[in-house]
Design a protein around this ligand. Structure first.
Ligand SMILES: NC(=O)c1ccc[n+]([C@@H]2O[C@H](COP(=O)([O-])OP(=O)(O)OC[C@H]3O[C@@H](n4cnc5c(N)ncnc54)[C@H](OP(=O)(O)O)[C@@H]3O)[C@@H](O)[C@H]2O)c1
Length: 482
């Protein structure tokens, strides 16, 4: 039986777990116990990284015995049944007060369920969203832990020691109780979908409107990366566009099959938003755009449908590129505003206290959407923690004011040219819907009352009303039902 030498353990030593374990081991004061279901991964990790001084365990009993109390273990296994299987085993060998952390990509309702079940044993369960992939796990991820306040006391310093650092601050904060961490990680991924789709639409418009080559457009993105669009995603877009395929000598982007994959977190974000009644149209369109791209059988038959007759040619290339930049920034503001709206609504629904400014700050490094821009979001929520719409904060309102004419020109040009820009145009439609004095929702209410007696409210008096639509339909009788 091992002696209790380790202050933290990792279960699951595939790519993510082994890198996270190495990250933990590299930080002062940490001794890391490691366990994997099949022994080979444990042996390989220990042999390949003697510098880490791992305490390997080959049974859950040994793993528990090698941890000092309160025992703290991070699970990094295949999300779903794998996570449940490991929790079941750890619960048998851990004691009340110990901490089980699920660092995998769990769906937040599963985390809520697991937290509730594990809490009954007196053991703490923490669902922690960990972003940044393999490199983040090794060098410093952005970490979004949920769970109890008690577990944060032990876990906080450990997670702070391994997280990415942005402007001197570790990219981890206690997001809220039970599933709050995985909820926020889910929305992070949804925003990532929207950001990527917007960038892809900007590229497509420039390419098809100006005839520039991918390498030339890489220069455009590299230039944009020096301004307000500065971000990891813009930076890597330039690199992807510059890449030449070694085999054919063509731009790599022209050789890659145009069918985008997805692992499901975008869909979760949209499904959750639908049940919360939050319009995350940018994220939804980005998710649907991936789905559309991945139906080659439909695309093949639809290719015969007509598009516009006239060729798309931009008269002033520089002016068009600047318009696309402004449209991209405006649409990005809307996508983030919608994402934060979903977090705000989720917090209200699940009774979490989430500091939106802190969330924005921990995304500044270690994750895919890292960007300077997140400082502006953090500032907006510091100035007005209850801000109902992020896009209305002074900095963003000014950017939307500056960009909206260009945004409209780009959406019009894309529509006339037959170039799909679902994220650009849906963001603009959301913007116009949100700022409208009056919406045709009034007519929808009338229709609902007509066919289903769903009632409506009036602009000029309190109460709930129903019109008697039958008969000659001129008779309108309002009935105050409250
Ligand atoms: N945040 C990110 O950027 C990011 C990126 C990638 C992955 N992830 C998440 O991180 C987690 C780990 O990902 P990964 O790619 O390293 O590994 P993975 O391929 O998702 O899972 C493989 C690991 O899970 C273990 N496992 C599977 N079923 C198990 C069970 N029933 N009992 C015990 N162990 C079981 C495997 O053990 P064996 O070796 O015995 O098969 C192996 O260690 C996942 O939840 C994944 O979604 C996050």
């Amino acid at each position: 039986m091992n002696a209790a030498v380790a202050n933290i353990g990792v279960v699951g030593l595939a790519v993510m777990g082994s890198n996270l374990a190495r990250n933990l081991a590299s930080r002062e004061g940490n001794k890391v116990a490691v366990y994997n279901r099949s022994r080979e991964k444990t042996d390989a990790l220990v042999v390949e990284h003697p510098e880490a001084g791992f305490a390997p365990a080959f049974s859950y009993e040994d793993f528990a015995a090698s941890l000092s109390k309160p025992r703290t273990a991070i699970i990094m296994v295949k999300a779903g049944r794998g996570t449940d299987a490991v929790i079941d085993e750890l619960v048998k060998v851990f004691e009340p007060g110990d901490i089980i952390v699920d660092g995998g990509n769990a769906y937040f309702p599963d985390t809520i369920r697991r937290e509730k079940a594990v809490r009954e044993t007196g053991i703490n369960f923490v669902g922690a969203g960990i972003s940044g992939g393999e490199e983040g796990a090794l060098l410093g991820p952005s970490i979004m832990p949920g769970g109890s306040d008690e577990s944060w006391v032990t876990l906080g310093p450990i997670l702070k020691s391994i997280a990415a650092v942005a402007e001197g601050e570790p990219c981890v904060t206690h997001i809220g109780h039970d599933g709050a961490g995985h909820f926020v990680k889910m929305v992070h991924n949804g925003i990532e979908y929207a950001d990527m789709q917007l960038i892809a639409e900007a590229y497509d418009l420039i390419r098809r409107g100006t005839g520039k080559t991918p390498a030339e457009i890489a220069d455009v993105f590299a230039e944009w990366n020096k301004g307000e669009l500065e971000s990891y995603l813009i930076e890597i877009t330039a690199e992807v566009l510059r890449q030449v395929d070694a085999e054919t000598g063509k731009p790599l982007v022209d050789v890659i099959l145009d069918q985008a994959g997805a692992k499901g977190t975008g869909a979760w974000t949209v499904q959750t938003a639908l049940s919360l009644g939050v319009p995350v149209s940018g994220i939804a369109e980005a998710t649907f755009a991936r789905s559309l791209s991945s139906h080659p059988e439909q695309r093949a038959v639809a290719a015969s449908l007509p598009g516009p007759d006239e060729a798309f040619e931009v008269a002033d290339v520089d002016a068009f590129i600047e318009d696309v930049r402004l449209a991209l920034f405006a649409s990005k503001i809307i996508a983030y505003s919608q994402g934060f709206d979903e977090i705000r609504a989720g917090a209200a629904e699940y009774d979490w206290t989430i500091d939106l400014s802190a969330v924005s700050k921990i995304w500044r490094a270690g994750c895919i959407i890292r960007a300077q821009f997140l400082n502006r979001i953090a500032d907006a929520y510091v100035d007005a923690p209850d801000l109902p719409v992020l896009a209305t904060a002074p900095y963003f309102a000014a950017a939307l004011t500056d960009g909206q004419a260009a945004w409209r020109r780009v959406v019009v040009a894309a529509t006339q040219a037959g170039i799909p820009s679902p994220a650009f145009s849906s963001s603009l439609a959301y913007y116009d819907g949100l700022r409208a004095d009056r919406l045709p929702a009034a007519l929808v209410q009338g229709q609902r009352d007509f066919f289903g007696a769903h009632t409506y409210k009036r602009i000029d008096k309190e109460g709930t009303f129903h019109t008697l639509w039958s008969g000659d339909r001129t008779e309108i009788e309002a009935e105050d039902t409250h």
